[in-house]
Design a protein around this ligand. Sequence first.
Ligand SMILES: [Zn+2]
Length: 408
Amino acid sequence: MSRRPGSTLASTGEVLQLIRTGEAATRADIGRLTGLSRPAVQMRVAELLERNLIVEDTEGPSTGGRPPARLTFNAAAGVILVASLGASRTQIAVCDLAGAELARTDLEIDVERGPDIVLPLLMDLWDELLGDRPRSQVRGVGLGVPATVEFAAGRTESVRVMASWTGVVIPPLIEARFPVPVFVDNDVNVIAAGEYRTAYAGEVRDLLYVKVSTRIGAGVVAGGEILRGALGAAGEIGHIPVRDGGGVLCRCGNVDCVDSVASGTAILRDLRARGRDVSSLSDVVTLVRAGDAETMTVVRRAGRLLGEVIASAVNLLNPAVVVLGGDVAERFQPLVSGVREVVYRRSTALATRSLRIERSRLGPSAGITGCALMVIDHIMAPEVVDAASVPAHQAAQGPFQGLQVAGG
Ligand SMILES: [Zn+2]
């Protein structure tokens, strides 16, 4: 049996990983990449075929003679349930095991109504989206919530701004109805990860994602990983104060937090204070499109105030790209211009030398994608796949029931 020096034999889960990532497409590829003998490769492939995690296609491109069977990951082997909760808008979806959306619905709900209202509603909507699909196909659940999350426990920690969600341990509430592993992270972390891995994979390793919506939050990708901080509160950019905010009292109790002067909520409030009849961001969009000077001034000022805080973050983190997402950033070019203007002026020359400031490429899908990837990373991890292959009598809990939450 051939082995690479210093390596242990590749497990079934590791072989699946090679197939999922596209590194290996045939048994010969697996043998070459792992150093496993032909019988050992055959055994692992047979197990993956039996577990329906891969499929075999013999109609590959003919190179003379019988083409080698192509092995591909079977993304249809199960589904995952995901929800990206925002302060006022939530995206809910059922995805396949590759993270592709199979069904989706969007919901307008004030997340402050609390977990007792919001979570049962989410679960009802997942049930609807699942339709006739057997519930046994559900392999995992992923949630992004607009609160600080102690990732390993799936517990929300935010005390100041989400009173109704403080200290809630979310996974057991979901597992009571969907007995599968449940993963919870901060909403902007999830969105940042979705944007980073889908739109910027292989392009950059350091990215700052700023969500400008009803509220303002950020997710930091540093060296290819989400930066969480000691308590999971990294990226709380919304409650950093600006210099000339005008003395606005923030809902956190401090004054002139960027959230209170540059969010969608703040833009609406400032326009109303100027006597403008605006009830939603759509009204503001209409005014911006019409080139209304007063609206442009308000939106651009919000951008400049936000730029002040982002400039400091850029100095501290030196990202390759700042991605501006959320419905306010995605719809208001003057806001993006305001951010750019201040960041390039205020950040150090070195930090901005090759810095790009861009609008989100994924848009509202980033949260769904990020939630799906969070779940897939865990349930398809080689050690989890391997643990599930022990004989049934040794795994009384079943492959997907034993694991509750895993740390990031
Ligand atoms: Zn604040």
